[in-house]
Design a protein around this ligand. Sequence first.
Ligand SMILES: [Zn+2]
Length: 183
Amino acid sequence: MSLKFVKGNKAVYFPTLNFEGKVPRSYSFKDLGYTTSLIDSAKKWLKDNRYRCDEQGMVDFGFPVISMRKNRGGIHIAIDESPNVRISTIFYNHIEIPADNIFTRAHEEAHAAVHLGLGKKLAEMIGYANYENLDSEDFCDKAGVYTLGKNGLNVPSSLLVPHKRRLEIVENSMAVAAHNEHL
Ligand SMILES: [Zn+2]
C-alpha cells in the first residue's frame, strides 16, 4: 500500500449497483473482476501487497480459507491505512446463474461503498435510510436484492437467508474484513 493523503474529492462509480458517490481523493476502489479461484486471487493480492502469500499467510491476514475453498462468491478486502486513506478491493467468481452473479457483484460493491463512506447515500438509493442499524452483511444483501430488481431478475430463495458469515481482524493500523458470500 502506498497511497498518500491528497486533498479534495473524486467520484467513484460502482457499475453493478449503478451507483456513484464522491469520496476523498485518497480513497481507492479496486475491482479486480472475475476470478476462477478466490484462493489464487487472494494469494496474488497478498503477494502484490507484500504480505506472506501462502495458505498460512491467508489465515494470518484473516481470509476465511475454508469457505473460500468452496469457490463460490466474492471477497471484499478493506484496508484502512489511516482515517484519510482507505482502499477497498473486490473480486468474485463468475456464477453461471445470472441472478447469483449480479447479486454477488452488487454485494461486494456495497461493502466497498460502505467502507469508502458511501453507505448512507447507497442506503438512500436502495430505500434503507436507517442502514446504520442493519448488520453490514444484511445491508449488502439488500443492495444485492435491490440490484436484481433493477435488472428485472427474480430473487432466488437461497439469497433471502440472513448473512451470518463475517470476519474482521484488526492488525496494527490496518482493519481488514474479508469473507466469502452466501455459501
Ligand atoms: Zn459480505
